[in-house]
Design a protein around this ligand. Sequence first.
Ligand code: DHB
Ligand code: FE
Length: 263
Amino acid sequence: KTTPKMRRILGSLIQHIHDFTRENHITVDEWLAGVEFINRIGQISDDKRDEGILVSDVFGLESLVDSLTNQIGGAAGQSTETAIIGPFYRSGSPRYPNGASIIQKDVGGELAWVHGRVTDKQGKPLAGVELEVWHTAPNGLYEQQDPDQPEYNLRGTFTTDENGKYDYICLRPTSYPIPYDGPAGDLLRLMDRHPNRPSHIHWRVTKQGYHSLITQIYDSRDDYVTNDAVFAVKDGLVVEFTDASDEAKKRNVQFELAYDITL
Ligand code: DHB
Ligand code: FE
């Protein structure tokens, strides 16, 4: 649909593409290689693999638009910081009661109990907030990438109780490479860059009447927190998993994460 912004940005895009092409003396062969690259992004993509997002993330673009879209957040009294959604979100994950585990099949790894409270910016607990969480198995694969995992393994939707509380059991996440057997991987190799993301858990937190929060938390023990292949780590999203407390041990987990969210 044509809007004033759409007209403006198309003009700007063409201007920048032309400037880029002139500045770099792009030849016909180089232009054709670029066209083939774009075509390959489409060819390798399907409902389980979004190569467009991967390529854009390797360029740092999703992280940039996240920052431009959500400029506030993080400080005391402000909303929890956002992060990129990434290529592996799926809607419709199973609804679980608080305290349940999102592990449908043993895929190894260390268990963690994650718990906390969702409040508004004034500190008022918010009931009925939906929290969708997802992370990979220790082999680095999300459920839809991995024929050995049942559908929606390591994904779940939880709802805060009347005190704004939620809790669930998951794996302490592990770091892993983004898929690098396609165009995104070619780009990384051309730039001598590694494909690894720090271990993380994704969240999508929604409640009617509030902005929906898309974010990730990063495990501080992971070296890649300072070296994320897709530039998505923010200091305020790096968390400490601790050894299980007595309360956590009742749930037979090794680790625990207390994490409050502000909408
Ligand atoms: C990307 C993001 C992820 O969260 C992930 O697990 C893999 C890749 C990405 O931004 O490309
Ligand atoms: Fe991810």
